[in-house]
Write a protein that binds this ligand. Structure first.
Ligand code: EPZ
Length: 416
C-alpha cells in the first residue's frame, strides 16, 4: 500500500503543467477497437487507469506501442472474448470495451464495471441504449452478455445526461445502420473529444457537446489520430491548491471554459484569478467567504471537484454547503477532514462545512480518487505532517502528483 506524506503550510510558487484528461483517455482507448487500421492517441496521461485500459486492450489481442505519452494501437488481431471479472472490476470505464466489441463484432461479454465507490452507479441507461439499437442483453448476476445480428439506428432518450451511457451509445451507434439520435446526452468536453476521434476515423457524428447528438452509421473506420484534451479536473484540483497556498502560482495547459464554474465560485469566495488563453495565475485568498455548491452535469459545477473543494471550504468564513446531486455516497472524505480538525456535517446529499478552522496533520485514508485529492490539499495546508494511506486511489487519476507539487515548493513524498 502506498502512502503520501506531506509537511504542510508551505507557500507554493512556479508552474504546474496539466496532463491529458483521464476521463477522455479512458474512452479513446476502447474507441480504437472500432478502427480497421492503426490509430494514434497523443497527450496520454501517465496514470494507473491508463495502464488498466491498456491491459484490457492487450488481453483482447491489440498491438500497442507507447512512447512518452503517445500510444499507437493496432486493432487488427483483436477478437471479441469474455473480459474476466477481475479485469472488469478494475475501473468504471472497462465497460466501454463491451460497447466497442458489440459495435465491431456484434457480441461481447463482461462483468459489472468497477470504479470509485461513491454510489451504486447502475448501468441501466447503457443497456437501454444497446436494446434500442437492436442488441439482446443477457444479465446473469453481475455478468453481461450482449449480441446482435444487426445494429440499427434508433431514437434514444437518456433518463439522465449520463457520461458513460452517452459514450457507450455513441460507440455502438457509429457502426449501426441508419441514424441514431441521443436525446438528453451528456455535454462534457470529454464527449466532444471522443466524437472528434471517431469523426477523424470517418464516423458521422453531429451535435457532440450539446444535449442532442445525431449519428449516421458507417461501415468502416480508417486510420486516424487524436490529442487528449487537458484534464479539467486535475486543473481544478491545482487551482484550489493555488487559491489556498499560491504566490503567483501558474496552472498551465488548461482550457478556461472547461473550468469556468470553478473559476466563478473561487472568485465568489474572494480569490483573485488571472485567466489567460491557456493558463491562469492564482494568488491565495486572504479573506475567503463561505459559498454554496450544487453539483450538476457540464457546464454545471463538476461532482469530481466537490471533494477537492471541501478542503478549501474549511478555510472560508461562515457555513459553506455542498449539494451533491449525482452520487449518493460522495462525502466519505469529510470524515477524514474532521479527523484533521474541520467542522463538518452531512445530511443525506448535503454537506455543511463551517470555517475557518486550522487543520492539523494526521494519519488519514483515501477512500476514492477525488476524496484522496481532498486529503492531499488538506495535508498541504495543515500544521505538521499528514500521512495519506491507500494513496493508490490518487495515482489512478493524477499524473506525477508528487513531482508536480515538489516542483512548486511542496514538502511531499510517496512511500511505496
Ligand atoms: C463519469 O462517470 C466519470 N468517470 C466520473 O468521474 C464522473 O463523476 C461522472 O462521469 C459524472 O461527471 C469516467 O468518465 C470514467 P454518469 P460515469 O454515468 O460515466 C447515474 C472521477 O472521479 N446513472 O454520468 O459513471 C449514476 O449513478 C470519476 O474521475 C444511472 O442511474 O457517470 C450517477 O448518479 C468518478 N444509470 C449519475 O447518473 C446509468 O445507466 C451520473 O453518472 C448511468 C448513470
Amino acid at each position: 500500500m502506498s502512502k503520501i506524506i506531506i509537511e504542510g503550510n508551505h507557500e507554493l510558487t512556479g508552474k504546474i503543467n496539466i496532463s491529458g484528461a483521464k476521463n477522455s483517455t479512458l474512452a479513446l482507448i476502447p474507441a480504437a477497437i472500432l478502427c480497421d487500421d492503426e490509430v494514434t492517441i497523443t497527450n496520454v496521461p501517465e496514470i494507473s487507469d491508463t495502464k488498466a485500459m491498456e491491459e484490457i486492450l492487450t488481453y483482447l489481442g491489440a498491438k500497442l506501442k507507447e512512447e512518452k505519452g503517445i500510444i499507437t494501437i493496432d486493432p487488427k488481431n483483436i477478437e471479441s472474448k469474455e473480459i474476466p471479472e477481475e479485469i472488469s472490476r478494475k475501473l468504471r470505464a472497462s465497460y466501454y470495451f463491451m460497447s466497442a466489441l458489440l459495435s465491431k463484432y456484434k457480441n461481447a461479454c463482461m462483468y459489472f464495471p468497477g470504479g470509485c465507490s461513491i454510489g451504486s452507479r447502475p448501468i441501466d441507461q447503457t443497456l437501454k441504449g444497446y436494446r434500442a439499437l437492436g442488441a439482446t442483453v443477457i444479465e446473469e448476476g453481475n455478468k453481461y452478455t450482449v449480441f446482435a445480428d444487426k445494429l440499427i439506428g434508433a431514437e434514444i432518450y437518456l433518463d439522465m445526461p449520463s457520461v458513460g451511457a452517452t459514450v457507450n451509445t455513441l460507440l455502438v451507434a457509429v457502426k449501426a445502420e441508419g441514424i441514431t439520435t441521443i436525446n438528453n446526452a451528456a455535454k462534457e468536453p470529454e464527449i466532444v473529444n471522443i466524437a472528434t476521434f471517431l469523426n477523424n476515423m470517418g464516423a458521422n457524428i453531429k451535435g457532440a457537446g450539446t444535449s442532442i447528438i445525431k449519428i449516421e452509421g458507417v461501415k468502416n473506420l480508417h486510420k486516424a489520430s487524436i490529442e487528449v484534451i487537458p484534464d479539467r479536473i486535475e486543473a481544478g484540483t491545482y487551482m484550489i491548491v493555488a487559491a489556498l497556498l499560491g504566490k503567483d502560482l501558474i496552472i498551465e495547459n488548461i482550457i478556461p471554459e472547461h473550468v469556468e464554474s470553478l473559476i466563478l465560485k473561487l472568485k465568489e469566495s474572494g480569490v483573485k484569478i488571472n485567466v489567460n488563453r491557456d493558463h491562469c495565475v492564482i494568488n491565495k485568498g486572504d479573506y475567503l467567504k463561505s459559498i454554496k455548491i450544487k453539483t450538476l452535469g457540464f457546464p454545471g459545477f463538476p461532482t469530481d471537484l466537490q471533494q477537492p473543494l471541501a478542503t478549501f471550504l474549511t478555510q472560508c468564513n461562515g457555513v459553506s454547503t455542498i449539494e451533491e446531486t449525482l452520487y449518493e455516497n460522495r462525502f466519505k472524505n469529510l470524515e477524514q477532514l474532521e479527523k484533521m480538525g474541520s467542522k463538518v456535517k452531512v445530511d443525506v446529499k448535503k454537506g455543511y462545512i463551517t470555517g475557518p478552522t486550522p487543520l492539523k496533520g494526521k494519519v488519514v485514508e483515501a477512500t476514492d480518487l477525488r476524496g484522496g485529492a481532498c486529503l492531499v490539499i488538506a495535508g498541504l495546508i495543515a500544521e505538521g505532517t499528514t500521512t495519506i494511506e491507500n494513496a493508490e486511489h490518487i495515482l489512478r487519476g493524477y499524473s506525477n502528483i508528487v513531482e508536480k507539487l515538489q516542483e512548486v515548493g511542496a514538502k511531499i513524498k510517496i512511500e511505496q
